[in-house]
Design a protein around this ligand. Structure first.
Ligand SMILES: CC(C)(COP(=O)(O)OP(=O)(O)OC[C@H]1O[C@@H](n2cnc3c(N)ncnc32)[C@H](O)[C@@H]1OP(=O)(O)O)[C@@H](O)C(=O)NCCC(=O)NCCS
Length: 146
């Protein structure tokens, strides 16, 4: 059985650690703002195991002028489950959720190697690539929802 459900911030750590912070201490898996009331974490559960995660932060970027902005962070699918459509399902789920919150725009810092994945889902690169220390090259990407 497969479902997407809200999870607690700490429940993201296993997948964050395996996919996004590989070889780094578990403390590196805690993000600022993880436990704000306005932050939501979703897990994609397959056979009772969380195999994919995504977190939504109500966070305005100065790059964009529109009002109600949401930032996606910590998007990850366990390696054995990648390229099976789960990442797409998580992003589409986020978009529906953010629309229920009257969000106007989704933005995030995309790892360079994931840019094509997001482009396939209708996201656009904004500006030049930049380095996040210890992780690598990223682009800001966004999609207007309304
Ligand atoms: C990037 C990631 C979230 C994508 O999730 P996924 O479940 O593997 O992706 P999906 O199977 O839903 O792919 C949807 C489409 O995007 C494509 N795609 C997925 N990852 C891609 C990538 N890295 N580069 C290019 N295309 C990619 C798929 O081939 C598929 O294309 P199709 O519609 O033509 O069949 C996942 O691979 C991952 O966790 N990667 C490592 C961590 C990471 O980079 N996270 C993003 C941080 S910004």
């Amino acid at each position: 059985m497969k479902l997407i459900q809200k999870i607690a911030s700490k429940q993201t750590y296993t997948v964050r650690n395996a996919v996004l912070r590989h070889g780094k201490p578990i403390e590196s898996c805690r993000f600022d703002g993880d436990d704000l009331e306005t932050t939501t974490h979703f897990g994609l559960v397959v056979a009772k195991n969380i195999i994919g995660i995504v977190s939504i932060f109500q966070h305005k970027s100065d790059i964009f002028v529109v009002g109600n902005q949401y930032q996606i962070r910590g998007m990850a699918v366990l390696e054995d489950f990648q390229q099976k459509g789960f990442g797409r399902e998580l992003i589409l789920y986020c978009e529906k959720y953010i629309l229920t919150k009257n969000g106007n725009l989704i933005w995030f810092n995309a790892r360079e190697n994931a840019v094509k994945f997001y482009e396939k889902l209708g996201y656009t690169k904004q500006g030049n690539p930049f380095i996040i220390d210890g992780i690598g090259s990223h682009y800001v990407m966004y999609k207007m929802l309304t």
